[in-house]
Design a binder for this molecule. Structure first.
Ligand code: ZN
Length: 277
């Protein structure tokens, strides 16, 4: 398992170095913890460049205390953790309830709105209130709970904890534009200002995940997406269009300061696109 994690981490890091895949950054090599792992295993993984754990609960470790011990070892060596939350994702997997999530104390409460099946809303509120960890709201979950969670976290004055995900691949598929769709969903139906919803997906994720990208600042990678309101949206600006529920149009993507693509053929066409002069 450790060898596979290191192989995945190296493969994707190496692929980027070779300039394959349009320069896209894939942070891979996220092992799912299993019974029998000891502190030395986490130390070894960290030394080899592994920085993330896969969802706690998908492997043989299902008890809160046992998971909490391993999550603490991972944290000690700088490895970030995420936990599955809610009902089983596929036959054979199990329920991870709020008590296990709280006892495991992973850095990210993964798909807090279920992947796919959500905990009762009252228990989701308990997680928001009794934990200080990141709250990941995903596409392949319960959309009603997604909206309620966003609103509850804002009412609790902790919007900085919200990060967005897709939880793909899953039975519901792999969503092209998944994060843009989440931004439009949360903004339009949970009444969240579009600029705040963008922050859930970018700066919040950077801070909660200790990523270098996701914030625009001197010294950080020049990873930029230029976008504008989609043609013929009812919104008169990009932010207004998103708040009305429309997905924006991507006009250019820059990775590490290099232009990697122009007008997207996946998004609706952007009204204005950047021009290279
Ligand atoms: Zn899961």
């Amino acid at each position: 398992m450790k060898a596979l994690a290191i192989t995945a981490q190296r493969s994707f890091e190496g692929m980027r170095g070779a300039g394959v895949g349009g320069g896209v950054k894939v942070l891979a090599g996220a092992p799912v913890i299993e019974k029998g792992m000891v502190e030395e295993d986490f130390k070894e993984l960290a030394a080899a460049g592994v920085t993330l754990l896969g969802e706690v609960g998908l492997g043989s470790v299902k008890a809160g205390e046992e998971a909490g011990q391993m999550v603490a070892w991972a944290r000690k060596y700088g490895i970030q953790s995420t936990i599955h939350t809610g009902g089983p994702s596929i036959p054979g997997s199990g329920l991870i309830d709020k008590d296990v999530v709280l006892a495991a104390d992973a850095d990210v409460i993964g798909h807090i709105n279920g992947g796919h099946t959500s905990l009762p809303y009252r228990h989701v509120c308990d997680l928001c209130e009794q934990s200080t960890r990141a709250l990941e709201i995903v596409h392949n979950g319960n959309e009603r709970i997604a909206l309620l969670t966003a609103r509850h976290a804002i009412e609790l004055k902790c919007p900085h904890r919200i990060i967005l995900g897709t939880d793909s691949p899953a039975g519901s598929g792999v969503q092209p534009l998944g994060i843009l769709r989440m931004i439009a969903l949360i903004s339009s139906l949970a009444d969240v200002p579009a600029e705040m919803a963008f922050c859930f997906a970018t700066g919040n994720t950077a801070r909660q995940r200790n990523l270098r990208q996701g914030l625009i600042e001197v010294g950080r990678p020049a990873d930029l997406v230029c976008m504008d309101r989609a043609q013929h949206t009812a919104g008169s600006t990009l932010l207004e269009s998103v708040q009305l529920g429309d997905v924006p149009g991507v006009g250019m993507v820059m990775i590490d300061g290099l232009i990697r693509c122009g007008r997207s053929r996946n998004t609706p066409p952007a009204t204005e696109v950047p021009v290279v002069v």
